[in-house]
Design a protein. Structure first.
Length: 278
């Protein structure tokens, strides 16, 4: 496993080169790949140019967000074409980990119908990404789905069921959603390391799961409400060796100057690392 930065998760919106510099300031070991900027750089320079940028900062490529809105038919068709283009670039950069999330509800389809619909979408995506692999994030937060008609996938078990037949699809495992879905360490122990594609870490302001709001989180290790040491140790024991990315969704962090934000979040992440690898 390695400490990975997703700049947008800290409210940072800078160039790839500047974000790579910031990642080193926060003592991160990798950073996510921005799809649109990478396409521009490859078209202007080359794939080797982008690879060289990461190498010059001694950083690994973490992962990249699926450039598709799966819930818009028109955007999905356009997105598939963009995905085809970017998969070729990503494969050359050795950026094989993709991620996206699944809505934990529907106002139109009951669970089984929605399940079948998502399987068709996942099939189309997995046919395009080839040797890359995609992690789907389940949203565990009860408040996220409470005002909608039909609940959908919101636990590890349900997400595993959804992606079970796809060799290059698995889970994005987020500590917040693991915690708010009532997940256990035993749930993680059962996971095949090849089904864990990507990992998010964060903390919670309090322990009352029903009152937690998805967009109001804390820096990993800030409150200790979520047992991140046990969470990460258990993931490590599966053999997972990919990126672990802080995603605090925290207004205070977002409003900080970029260098201070990466130092703060990176510092908390490093403390967790010391507990895991001591």
């Amino acid at each position: 496993m390695f400490k990975n930065l997703a700049p947008g998760a800290l409210g940072i919106n800078k160039s790839l080169r500047e974000c790579l510099r910031l990642a080193t300031i926060g003592e991160f070991e990798g950073m996510d790949l921005p799809v649109d900027e990478t396409i521009e750089l490859v078209e202007k320079y080359s794939v080797d140019y982008v690879k060289g940028m990461y190498s010059s900062f001694n950083l690994k490529v973490g992962g990249w967000g699926l450039p598709i809105d799966i819930y818009s038919e028109e955007n999905f068709k356009k997105g598939i074409e963009k995905l085809k283009k970017f998969v070729k670039i990503a494969s050359e950069i050795e950026a094989e980990r993709i991620y996206t999330w699944i809505k934990p509800y529907s106002d139109e389809m009951e669970y089984n119908e929605n399940f079948k619909w998502h399987r068709k979408i996942i099939k189309k995506i997995t046919e395009v990404i080839g040797g890359c692999k995609i992690g789907f994030e389940f949203i565990g937060t009860p408040s996220f789905r409470k005002d909608h008609k039909y609940p959908f996938v919101h636990t590890i078990e349900q997400m595993l069921d959804l992606v079970s037949d796809f060799e290059n699809a698995g889970i994005l495992l987020d500590s917040w959603h693991w915690f708010t879905s009532g997940g256990s360490l035993e749930d993680i122990k059962k996971l095949d390391k090849n089904k864990i594609i990507y990992v998010h870490i964060n903390d919670a302001p309090f322990s009352d799961i029903e009152k937690l709001v998805d967009t109001e989180r804390n820096i990993p290790g800030e409150t200790g409400i979520i047992d991140l040491t046990s969470f990460l140790k258990t993931i490590k024991e599966t053999g997972y060796d990919g990126p672990v990315t802080p995603e605090p969704f925290n207004r205070r962090v977002n409003e900080l100057p970029d260098e201070i934000a990466v130092r703060l979040v990176g510092g908390y992440t490093t403390k967790l690392w010391e507990n895991i690898f001591k």
